[in-house]
Design a protein around this ligand. Structure first.
Ligand code: SAM
Length: 215
């Protein structure tokens, strides 16, 4: 069954021609996108053989071998002119930034990213490299929280908290996002009760107040 996280991602794929899904693993994303005519063709790539075999089995089971091309590659070094949308989900923010930096993104009209860590580093990279966030979603799926970031070529300026949590996510203030921020605040408040060092407690108080700003 397709996860809530992937379903949220599909909302931003429609209207493009050819998708490249980097770090595809099981291949569910390109399979669903092609099966549901969100794109006409796709590339499913991974830098490891085992995940790519996983994708191969699932693609064959869906009879989509003629529409989804498997690529064993580090990052997106294989991008061609026909690929107009890219997805990179489930990697760290710095790795995603490195992949985008090393690829020829000239023909890509949209990228959809879901970093599982270092979100601020990734948004800072996007800000400094002519990508503009046009939409975001914050998803809770099987007890885990995910940020989904949609970008197109353009410019933007973000502040510190927007880099960490996302300008649209902060503006939306979804119940899932508030729950996430409150859980961070709770953890810090518990730590604050145990801390004896003045310097440490000032740092914790500063961070708690910062987090309260986005609620
Ligand atoms: C956690 S899985 C995410 C799978 C899928 N994208 C999802 O979100 O459900 C990360 C996948 O990225 C692949 N990967 C990691 N670094 C990569 C790189 N530099 N280039 C291509 N694939 C990479 C891993 O082999 C793994 O299959």
């Amino acid at each position: 069954m397709i996860s809530k996280r992937l379903k949220e991602t599909f909302k931003f794929i429609e209207g493009f021609n050819c998708l490249a899904d980097c770090g595809t693993d099981h291949g569910y994303l390109p399979i669903y996108a092609v099966k549901n005519n969100l794109v006409s063709r796709a590339y499913a790539s991974d830098n490891k053989k085992y995940p790519l075999e996983n994708a191969r089995r699932n693609i064959e089971a869906s009879y989509l071998e003629d529409k989804i091309k498997l690529v064993l590659a580090d990052g997106l070094t294989y991008l061609t002119e026909d690929i107009d949308i890219v997805t990179i989900l489930g990697l760290g923010g710095r790795s995603i930034a490195k992949i985008i930096d090393e690829a020829n993104m000239r023909f890509v009209k949209r990228i959809i990213l879901s970093p599982n860590s270092e979100q601020a580093n990734l948004r800072e990279y996007l800000e400094n490299n002519d990508w503009k966030i046009i939409a975001e979603t914050f998803v809770k799926d099987k007890g885990k929280y995910y940020q989904i970031i949609v970008c197109e070529p353009g410019n933007m300026e973000l502040n510190k908290l927007e880099r960490e949590f996302g300008p649209f996510i902060i503006k939306d203030k979804s119940p899932e996002f508030k729950e996430f921020i409150n859980s961070l605040i709770n953890t810090l408040e518990k730590a604050l009760k145990k801390v004896k060092n003045q310097n440490e407690s000032s740092k914790l108080i500063k961070r708690i107040n910062e987090l309260k700003e986005v609620l």
